[in-house]
Write a protein that binds this ligand. Structure first.
Ligand code: GDD
Ligand code: MG
Length: 338
């Protein structure tokens, strides 16, 4: 079986971080995000992976290459203009000959994919959607199912009064090639608002697989920090093994090429490569990308710092601050969110 990862979105909710680094390769605990999905697929015997790209495709290809280093074969399909989730899938049609696993390129989950595929075949479904339970489905695709696991209704981004259950589309599907016939060629089309409701209307067998393992969509700064906290505090163990922590850090991962001077503490945080952290700095619950300079006695709590930022000594950055690449923060500055 092959997989296709939808990785063409602009990542608008993660701006400014995604201005130079597309969401599929933002570092999660210092590792480009898609590597977690690639490893999950590999562990379930799927090594032919198509990446469906649109936004900054060359950056993604530069970072992931042909996949040989990760034990898979990656192929890239780039849309001339964004075609939406189903349009992107249709655009890859020449490479899709058998049932295929589709992943949204921004979800991290614990999932027994082998079991999902087995159930898909057993039920002779044309589409199997993995679902997860969330407290508030309004930011997701709500999916109602019957007792036999058959999907009854799909409603993308429901308004508060439309919420009837807590199961949502987890962004992982098994699709038979038949579904390609229901997607118009060369136009913007969505799985969520187009293909899935169409399949239901036409009585095609669509089934749910409800997973109760860890699941998160990393698409907002708050969720991006949350996934770091969950991994670093060991509430979730991803399929990929993580780099080991450095000295004077706790529950943290710091790239070995980064320097941390005396008296500094890094707590439940991730720091990328080639950075220099001065003396008596405190970094907690934060994510610092690469080639960042942090002056003596600075304090960062609950922030995200993009590549090549320069934070002056004694500066203080509080929860929710997100600095885009190349930001300069002068000494003694105080950055607060409301
Ligand atoms: N190639 C390509 N082309 N990929 C796209 C395009 C496109 O035009 N548009 C979006 N994508 C990719 C994004 O990069 C992302 O990986 C995935 O498709 C989903 O897009 P998002 O923009 O992140 O959608 P969402 O998070 O609002 O909602 C989707 O995911 C939820 C789960 O996280 C929907 O599938 C919801 O139903 C679902 O609950
Ligand atoms: Mg998303």
């Amino acid at each position: 079986m092959k997989a296709l990862i939808l990785a063409g979105g602009e990542g608008t909710r993660l701006r400014p971080l995604t201005l130079n680094t597309p969401k599929p390769i933002v570092p999660v605990v210092t590792i480009p995000f898609l590597r977690y999905q690639i490893e999950l697929l590999r562990q379930h015997g799927i090594s032919e992976i198509i990446l469906s790209l649109s936004y900054q495709p060359q950056r993604i290809e530069e970072v992931l290459g042909d996949g040989a280093n990760f034990g898979v074969r990656l192929r890239y399909v780039v849309e001339p203009v964004p075609l939406g989730t189903a349009g992107a899938f249709k655009n890859s049609e020449p490479l899709l000959d058998t049932a295929i696993v589709v992943f949204n390129g921004d979800i991290l989950c614990e999932l027994n994919l082998t079991e999902v595929i087995r159930r898909h075949r057993e039920r002779r479904a044309v589409a199997t959607l993995v679902l997860t339970r969330v407290a508030n489905p309004s930011a997701y695709g709500l999916v109602e199912t019957g007792n036999d696991g058959r999907i009854d209704r799909f409603l993308e981004k429901p308004a508060a009064h439309e919420i009837t259950c807590d199961t949502i589309n987890a962004g992982t599907y098994i699709l038979e090639p038949e579904v390609l016939d229901w997607i118009p060629p060369c136009e913007n089309h969505s799985f969520e608002r187009g293909l899935f409701p169409t399949l239901l209307k036409n009585g095609r067998p669509m089934y749910a697989f409800i997973s109760d393992g860890y699941w998160i969509d990393i698409g907002t700064p708050q969720k991006y920090l949350q996934v770091h906290a969950d991994i670093l505090r060991r509430r979730f163990s991803p399929a990929l093994s993580l780099p080991t922590g450095a000295t004077n850090t706790s529950d943290s991962v710091v790239d070995p090429s980064t320097t941390i001077r005396e008296g500094s503490q890094v707590i439940a945080s991730a720091v990328g490569s080639g950075s220099v952290i001065g003396k008596n700095v405190v970094i907690e619950n934060s994510v610092v990308w690469s080639r960042v300079t942090i002056g003596d006695s600075a304090r960062l709590s609950g922030c995200i710092v993009g590549n090549q930022c320069d934070i002056g000594s004694h500066a203080s950055l509080s929860r929710g601050i997100v600095l885009g690449d190349g930001s300069m923060v002068t000494s003694y500055s105080r950055l607060l969110t409301d």
